[in-house]
Design a protein around this ligand. Structure first.
Ligand code: ADP
Length: 422
């Protein structure tokens, strides 16, 4: 049987976040890193496939091209509905990429109407009268107004999306959503007749997303943050179950590789060190001086892996990171660290680590690439937005891996993660 839902995510950790919500609502989900060759489509055993692209901030034409390749793959795998997933803060500019990708997917699918909502109430993202709130403030008053690549200065998503599309953008507001599935469907018909191609949809609660999920059954394309995912599996008769989050078992050693320098990760490293657990610090200055820091880290790890989780980290407080960046250059320092941590992750797996926590978005990308991982099965959630995943290693063994983006996770994440049934 083919897959039911085919998802295209515009970045890596966003794809995992979407997969996590689908699993929690009862779907068996596989995440693919980039678009595989077309021939491989028959082989995925899942209700939903999420293809992770890096298309959020590339030129719009490149984002469209990658998204259409993903669409072709998902259709060949049998997807009955397509879900274009973007950030819950609607990260984009007047040049795109949410609008251009949405319209290209609509054209390719022959879809004359779709919806757009970044709402994710569990994460404090709500949409009211077409306006996006982040926590208690409008998007334009949140930190997103200073984002280096996609500054969001207009909270009105009808106008934000309208500036990116040729199709007129309408609104399905909270009164309609509160009216239930039939009211939403009637409003969609009305908007279609009035010549609208896309509608922003209000949602301030999970109940709104569940209603919307039921109402969009039959739309070939939906576009949203990860929130809408909670309302779709029921359209295929799927309900939350332990079976959906089941991963093939993994034994072996445990390790944490952390290249994130966020506040949350700093706290997690501190907490791990406070517990007196084995940890090795990767210092970019020593890498730059020509020391084989990866080999040193692996020698250290080898003598401690039997004791419990070992941490290898480059995580430092912002001042220290700035000083290092001043000496080496930010890009150079980042590159040295990423390359070293990727080698460390590879070496840890070679030494029998089969449960691996990775902290940092860029770091995760480098590690996944070094491990040759192209496919992840999404398993049980550890904390909001962060699930355990399973990957098949070349020797046939299973690796459990979790990819924690910078600001996620509570202070004890580096030990608590291993206590989750993974
Ligand atoms: P986050 O998700 O917290 O942003 P990322 O892994 O995406 O984490 O980004 C962190 C960046 O900082 C990476 O490029 C990493 O290589 C770099 N980095 C990590 N540790 C250091 C350090 N000690 N000095 C300078 N740069 C570092």
């Amino acid at each position: 049987m083919g897959i039911r839902l085919g998802c295209i995510a515009d970045d890596f950790t966003g794809a995992t976040d979407l997969g996590n919500n689908l699993v929690r609502a009862g779907m068996r989900v596989v995440q693919l890193i980039d678009v595989p060759p077309l021939g491989a489509a028959g082989q995925v055993d899942a209700d939903a496939v999420v293809i992770a692209l890096k298309s959020r901030t590339v030129p719009a034409a490149d984002a469209v091209e990658a998204s259409l390749r993903a669409l072709a793959w998902l259709r060949s795998a049998g997807a009955e509905q397509i879900y274009f997933k973007y950030c819950s803060t609607f990260d984009s500019t007047p040049a795109g990429n949410i609008g251009p990708v949405t319209e290209a997917l609509m054209d390719a699918l022959g879809a004359d109407f779709t919806i757009a909502t970044p709402a994710f109430p569990d994460n404090g993202r709500t949409v009211f009268k077409g306006h996006l709130f982040v926590g208690d403030v409008l998007l334009s008053e949140s930190g997103m107004r200073h984002h280096p690549l996609t500054p969001m200065t207009d909270p009105n998503l009808v106008s934000v999306l309208g500036a990116q599309t040729t199709r007129p953008v309408g609104l399905i507001d909270h009164v309609v959503v509160a009216g239930g599935v039939e009211a939403i469907r009637a409003r969609i018909d009305e908007l279609r007749e009035e010549g609208f191609g896309i509608a922003i949809v209000d949602a301030v609660s999970n109940d709104d997303l569940l209603t919307l999920g039921a109402a969009v059954q039959g739309l070939r394309l939906v576009t949203a943050g990860s929130g809408l995912a909670i309302g779709l599996p029921a359209n295929w008769g799927l309900t939350p179950s332990r079976a959906a989050e089941q991963l093939p078992p993994a034994g072996g050693y445990r390790a944490v590789v952390s290249g994130s320098v966020s506040d949350a990760t700093n706290h997690q490293v501190q907490e791990f060190l406070r517990g007196g657990r084995p940890a090795f610090n990767v210092d970019p200055v020593r890498i730059a001086a020509g020391e084989d820091v990866a080999a040193q880290a692996l020698t250290f790890a080898e003598s401690h892996l039997a004791e419990g989780p070992v941490l290898v980290y480059s995580t430092e407080a912002p001042d220290t990171v700035r000083a290092v960046q001043g000496r080496l250059g930010a890009a150079e320092a980042g590159e040295l660290v990423e390359r070293t941590l990727a080698r460390v992750a590879r070496g840890l797996v070679d030494r029998g680590v089969r449960r691996l926590v990775v902290a940092g978005g860029e770091t995760s990308g480098a590690v996944v690439q070094a491990l040759g991982i192209t496919e992840l099965r999404i398993g049980p959630q550890i904390e909001t937005g962060v699930p355990w995943c399973a990957a098949a290693l070349p020797d046939g063994d299973t690796l459990h891996i979790t990819l924690k983006s910078g600001n996620f996770g509570s202070p004890d994440f580096f030990t608590a993660a291993f206590e989750e049934a993974s």
